[in-house]
Ligand binder design. Sequence first.
Ligand SMILES: C[S@@+](CC[C@H](N)C(=O)[O-])C[C@H]1O[C@@H](n2cnc3c(N)ncnc32)[C@H](O)[C@@H]1O
Length: 251
Amino acid sequence: MSGFDPDWLALRAPADDAARDAGLLAQAAAWVRPGETILDLGAGTGATLGALGPLAPRARWRLADNDAALLALAAARGAAIGALVETVVVDLAAAPEAVFTPAPRLVTASAFFDLLSGAAIVRLAEAAARAGAAVYAALTYDGVERWEPPHPEDAAVRAAFLADMRRDKGFGAALGADAAPALASALAEQGYRVATAPSPWRLEAPRDAALIAALAVGQAEATGAGAGWLAARRAARRVVVGHVDVFATPG
Ligand SMILES: C[S@@+](CC[C@H](N)C(=O)[O-])C[C@H]1O[C@@H](n2cnc3c(N)ncnc32)[C@H](O)[C@@H]1O
């Protein structure tokens, strides 16, 4: 178990799907021809497979994660949509290079790179470059948050949350909100042409009330925010949570 709750991944999935930059998603899909391999890092329950799979028919998917239970759900998702799926249980913090053989055409990830240290990001960018693979990394948290209506404790809670995002998640001190620019420059360093686009969640109550409440609870637990802040945040009308998508092609 990695500690990533499948219910949390399912709750965030509609917001993630709506947030992905459609242009970069289409470019990533167009990069892959039938029969070629897509390697998904930190695949979880297969969110990237769900978003990209229908646009890249007959691709072969290699889903890599250290959580066998999440990968079993991803494999079931793949079977349901008729995708060719192989799962690999692997600690990407310890030995990421092995999953790059045989070389994939495209390396993907979503909601993953903000867990990584700068060194781990460079290591994966180098492995992708050695494989000659393009990279599509979606939904990396960028630190932008706007909650409506505002609350007097917002700035303090946000600072504490940004610090929490930098905790070691197994890869060394995480880059959190600085991960997307670090990934873009690590790929550029390897000779990639890099495109980025914002992919914010735009949440509104009552449609997204369950996700808004879960976000509020998660942030309160991570930061020790008070009961007043939590109550106000659970009742927020609108929330914007910033992310960045990256698509990079080898030079
Ligand atoms: C926030 S979840 C994202 C899952 C999925 N990509 C999505 O968008 O729903 C992060 C994923 O990274 C995986 N992960 C975290 N640390 C890992 C490690 N050291 N090796 C492999 N996978 C890891 C978790 O198990 C989890 O599935």
